[in-house]
Design a protein. Structure first.
Length: 410
């Protein structure tokens, strides 16, 4: 196996991105009702205006705004009612000076009207006229045709993750089918002689398998499809055969454990062999997460990732490398980040970046405070207490209390 120098997080990202960019992302067309949680593979253009007509935002009377100028509670204007417009119908009468029509919320404005007076500011004078006690400007209480979405407009962009609100917008625009990226298919492999299944009986010196479940959940959160899971003993041939089979049906193979320099840590050697010398990274200068392996097999177009065995470190590296890579290749936005002040001094790891888990709270004047969540990478509960993480630069000596950091939210 080739010996590689330790990469920075930026170098590791760059290498796996350059390699994986060779593969063309696969897409599929689905009914819009099945697209929630999926990532759009193309822009969506509106074929029609939304709304398709001028509509009222209130129950009231459609008027010419000029007819209400100077009107007040003490100086009303009297208008003739020419029609009571029903929901879902087209007004029959055009509004002229001195005229009005009743219109419900969401109802279509008649020609000639350019504003709506709320019903609360009107009073029936007789069966065919009303008194208006409010002055309105042009466009008041009116949604214009195409104000929400204009025909020909790109109203949803490639890389957008579809949420329930996007489903509603698609329905309003009459979009029935959308092109989305096909989910990456993932195999999750956990290695270690000490691992016991979650249902198994645990003995002294053994550990329940965590990474299979947490990494699978992380993959599904990103919209991946977990096609297989294995929990394997530390046996080179067994691990090699499992990775080889996984490469035949997976876009990504995640292997946790066996990625450092121990006697039974075979992952880097196996990945380099199976990828035809495609090993890219063997070690990242970050704490936690240094024993990270990245490889790419150009023949099968499979991404291989060896993650630390410690659960918290494995999840963090998954988010920082695999999650990041997926967003880049599918044109998605980066996770939300906020600025916060650390509540105590934090020492940095010399010669490497430090991933600092933090819990956020509102401080004085609404400024966020970031309280470090301290704990070893083998402890899972540190992640459950954290709202996000900040990265301390390789060249930094650490953070001082009150210093501002950028926190990436989970």
């Amino acid at each position: 196996m080739r010996l590689l120098s330790v990469d920075t997080i930026e170098e590791a990202r760059g290498k796996i991105f350059d390699a994986a960019s060779e593969r063309k992302p696969e897409t599929e067309t689905v009914h819009f009702t099945e697209s929630c949680g999926r990532v759009l593979a193309d822009d969506i253009l509106a074929e029609e205006n939304v709304p398709g007509f001028r509509k009222s935002t209130v129950d009231g009377y459609a008027v010419k705004a000029s007819n209400t100028q100077g009107v007040s509670e003490s100086v009303p204007v009297f208008l003739d009612v020419v029609e009571e417009i029903q929901m879902g119908t087209v007004p029959r009468e055009k509004i002229s000076d001195g005229q009005t029509s009743y219109v419900p919320t969401g109802g279509m404005l008649p020609d000639g009207a350019d504003a709506v007076v709320m019903i609360e500011y009107t009073e029936k004078f007789d069966e065919k006229s009303i008194a208006v006690y409010d002055s309105v400007s042009d466009g008041r209480n009116v949604i214009q045709e195409g104000e929400d979405i204009a025909a020909g407009e790109v109203f949803m962009k490639k890389g957008s993750c579809v949420r329930p609100q996007e489903i509603g917008v698609m329905a309003s625009a009459g979009v029935t089918e959308v092109e989305v990226f096909r989910p990456w298919e993932v195999t999750v492999i956990s290695t270690g002689d000490e691992l016991v299944s979650v249902e198994g009986k645990i003995k002294k010196g053994q550990t329940r398998d965590i990474n299979t479940y947490s990494l699978s959940a992380a993959a599904e959160k990103h919209g991946f499809h977990v096609v297989d899971q294995f929990v394997l003993r530390d046996d080179r041939e067994t691990i090699k055969n499992a990775i080889s089979r996984a490469m035949e049906r997976s876009d990504i193979v995640l292997v946790s454990g066996g990625s450092s320099q121990g006697e039974k840590d075979y992952t880097a050697d196996i990945m380099d062999e199976l990828s035809g010398g495609g090993l890219l990274t063997h070690g990242i200068a970050i704490k936690p997460g240094k024993p990270t392996i990245l490889a790419y097999d150009r023949r099968s177009e499979t991404i291989l990732a060896g993650l630390p065995g410690h659960p918290a470190a494995a999840l963090l590296i998954f988010e920082m490398i695999i999650g990041w890579l997926h967003r880049q290749l599918t044109c998605q936005k980066e996770p939300a980040r906020i600025k916060a002040r650390v509540t105590e001094n934090v020492a940095a790891a010399g010669g490497k970046a430090t991933c600092l888990l933090v819990e956020l709270r509102k401080g004085e004047c609404g400024i966020y405070e970031a309280e470090p969540v301290l704990g070893k990478s083998g402890l899972m509960t540190v992640l459950t207490r954290a709202d996000g993480y900040a990265v301390i630069d390789t060249n930094s000596e650490g953070l001082r209390q009150g210093e501002t950091v950028e926190v990436t939210l989970f």
